[in-house]
Ligand binder design. Structure first.
Ligand SMILES: NC(=O)c1ccc[n+]([C@@H]2O[C@H](COP(=O)([O-])OP(=O)(O)OC[C@H]3O[C@@H](n4cnc5c(N)ncnc54)[C@H](OP(=O)(O)O)[C@@H]3O)[C@@H](O)[C@H]2O)c1
Length: 346
C-alpha cells in the first residue's frame, strides 16, 4: 500500500527569525512496506519535538552543520529530521516489529522512513505519557541533567542562575538544582512565567528579564553574594551580565544561545578579564556528550517523577500544519515548557 506522506519543509534558507512564509507543507508518495531484511522501517509519527537548534540547521552556514549528525544542514524542500516518537507500521529490521512504539530521530512528517543506521529505540512508556519520552525523559531532560551535574559540577548550597527558566530545558535545570540543595534564581519573559517558576516549580526567586534595563545590576540584586553556576540557554547580554556577577571559580554550562540564533549581531562579549581573574569556566556542551550519565539521569528522573518531586511543563499543539507556528513561537517566547506537536493518535 502507498500513502501520500505530508511533511513540513523550508522553502529557503533562514538567516534571521523564522516566519510562516519560510515553510511549506509538501507531499510525497511513500510505500507502507519495506523489503524484509533491508533494516529499514516505516514509522507513523505520533509526537515530534520542536527545538530551537533546528533554526541553525536552516541557515546557509552554521558551525552546527559539521558538529554532529543531528545538526547537519537542512535542504529546502527536503524532509526535516527531528526527535520524536511513533509506531512501527512496517519493519525490515529484525529488532523491531509492526506495532512497536519507538523513540528517536523521526521527522516533521506523518510518516518517516527510518533507515537502519538511524538513531531509534524501542519505547517502553513505563506508565508515563508518551510525550514525556521526548521531553523530561528525553533529550531535554538529559541536557538539563547532564549540563547541570557534569558541566556545572554543583556543590550543595551553591547559587545557581538559569535563563529561559520556564523552557523545556530550563524548568528542569532549576528543579534538579533545587532538589540537589542549591539556591536557584531563574529568568523568563513574562509575569505568568515568573509566577510559575516561583509558585509551581519552587525556584527561590525569578524575574522577568524583559522588564529590566540593566541586567548586570539586576543580577547583583538577585545574587548579592555572586553566582556559582550559570546555566545559559540564551547567550548575548544575559551571558555578559552573568559573567560580571560570577564568583571565583564559577562555571557557565553553555547549553545554547537562543537569542543569538536569529540575530548574530547580539553575540555576547563577556569581559574576559573577569573570566581570567575569577578563573571562570565557560563550557559549551551537547546532550550527546552526556550519555555517560544517561543511566543516572533516567533513574533519578524516574524516581523524582514517581515521588511527585519533579513538575513537568509541556506545551502540546495538535497536527502537522501547526509545526511552523510552534517552531516560530519558540523565538517569541510563546511556549511554556517543552514544545511538542502531536501528529496522530496512537
Ligand atoms: N546543548 C544541547 O544539547 C541542547 C539541547 C536542547 C536545547 N538546547 C538549548 O537550550 C536552549 C533552550 O532550549 P529549549 O528546547 O529548552 O527551548 P525552550 O526554552 O523551551 O524555548 C525557547 C525559550 O527561549 C526563550 N527565548 C526565546 N528567544 C529569546 C531571546 N531572544 N532572549 C531570551 N530568551 C529567549 C523564550 O522564553 P522567554 O519567555 O523566557 O523569553 C522561549 O520560550 C536553547 O538555546 C537550545 O538551543 C541545547
Amino acid at each position: 500500500m502507498e500513502v501520500t506522506n505530508r511533511y513540513i519543509a523550508i522553502k529557503n534558507h533562514i538567516d534571521g527569525a523564522p516566519k510562516e512564509s519560510d515553510f511549506e507543507l509538501r507531499t510525497s508518495a511513500l510505500a507502507l512496506s519495506v523489503d524484509p531484511g533491508s533494516g529499514d522501517m516505516v514509522v507513523k509519527n505520533l509526537y515530534v519535538s520542536i527545538d530551537p537548534y533546528q533554526v541553525n540547521r536552516m541557515k546557509n552556514y552554521s558551525s552546527s552543520h559539521k558538529s554532529i549528525r543531528f545538526s547537519v544542514a537542512i535542504t529546502p524542500g527536503e524532509v526535516i529530521d527531528a526527535p520524536g516518537l511513533g509506531k512501527v507500521v512496517a519493519s525490515g529490521n529484525p529488532k523491531f516489529e509492526k506495532g512497536d512504539l519507538v523513540v528517536g530521530i523521526v521527522s516533521w512528517a506523518e510518516y518517516t522512513l527510518v533507515k537502519e543506521e538511524s538513531i531509534i529505540n524501542k519505547l517502553d512508556p513505563m506508565g508515563f505519557p508518551l510525550s514525556y519520552h521526548i521531553g523530561v525523559l528525553g533529550f531535554s531532560g538529559l541536557t538539563a541533567y547532564g549540563g547541570f551535574f557534569q558541566v556545572g559540577k554543583p556543590k550543595k548550597g551553591e547559587k545557581v542562575f538559569v535563563s529561559a527558566g520556564s523552557g523545556s530545558v530550563g524548568h528542569l535545570v532549576g528543579q534538579y538544582a533545587k532538589l540537589f540543595g542549591c539556591y536557584v534564581v531563574g529568568c523568563a519573559g513574562s509575569k505568568q512565567k515568573v509566577t510559575l517558576l516561583k509558585e509551581k516549580l519552587g525556584f527561590d526567586d525569578a524575574f522577568n528579564y524583559k522588564e529590566e534595563t540593566d541586567l548586570k545590576s539586576t543580577l547583583k540584586r538577585y545574587f548579592p553574594d555572586g553566582i556559582d553556576i550559570y546555566f545559559d540557554n540564551v547567550g548575548a547580554e544575559m551571558l555578559e551580565a552573568a559573567v560580571a556577577n560570577m564568583n571565583n571559580f564559577g562555571r557557565v554550562a553553555l547549553s545554547g544561545v537562543i537569542s543569538e540564533y536569529t540575530d548574530a549581531k547580539k553575540r555576547a562579549a563577556p569581559d574576559m578579564l573577569d573570566v581570567v581573574y575569577k578563573r571562570i569556566t565557560i563550557r559549551g556542551f551537547l546532550a550527546a556528550d552526556c550519555m555517560n550519565v544517561y543511566t543516572d539521569f533516567l533513574s533519578t528522573t524516574l524516581d523524582h517523577l514517581r515521588t511527585g518531586k519533579l513538575q513537568v511543563l509541556e506545551d502540546i499543539s495538535l497536527s502537522l500544519e501547526n509545526i511552523p507556528s510552534s517552531f516560530i513561537g519558540l523565538f517569541r517566547g510563546d511556549n511554556i515548557g517543552k514544545k511538542i506537536v502531536k501528529i496522530a493518535e496512537e
